[in-house]
Design a protein. Structure first.
Length: 109
């Protein structure tokens, strides 16, 4: 029987992650799939919603996409995103409310 301590639990994890991408391909987080992840922000408090979205967008690799699910048309967010990163993101509104808005955001390659 082997024993793990917090100090050695992740030994070699960085190498595995680098070799296999994302989480290392050993869990069910979906890091190894091609489908765009969905980020449902409807339950995130408005005071921190944009910051949470920008944090998630920072994890999207060039040439990849994410689907944003919002409680309203995300026009202010899209304007803020274009101002912060001009030309980096394109978007398609795939569902336009009234209670749920879905936006496919694509990061330039």
């Amino acid at each position: 029987m082997s024993s793990s301590t917090p100090e050695n639990l992740l030994d070699g994890a960085a190498a595995n992650t680098a070799e296999q991408g994302g989480c290392g391909g050993h869990c069910t987080c979906g890091a190894d799939t091609e489908a765009a992840p969905e980020l449902d922000v409807r339950m995130i408090p408005p005071a921190v919603r944009h910051a949470a979205i920008f944090g998630a967008l920072g994890a999207i690799a060039p040439g990849k996409s994410i689907i944003l699910i919002a409680p309203h048309a995300p026009v202010p967010l899209l304007n803020q995103l274009e101002a912060a990163e001009p030309g980096v993101w394109t978007y398609t509104i795939t569902e336009a409310g009234p209670e749920e808005f879905r936006v496919l955001l694509n990061r330039a390659a």
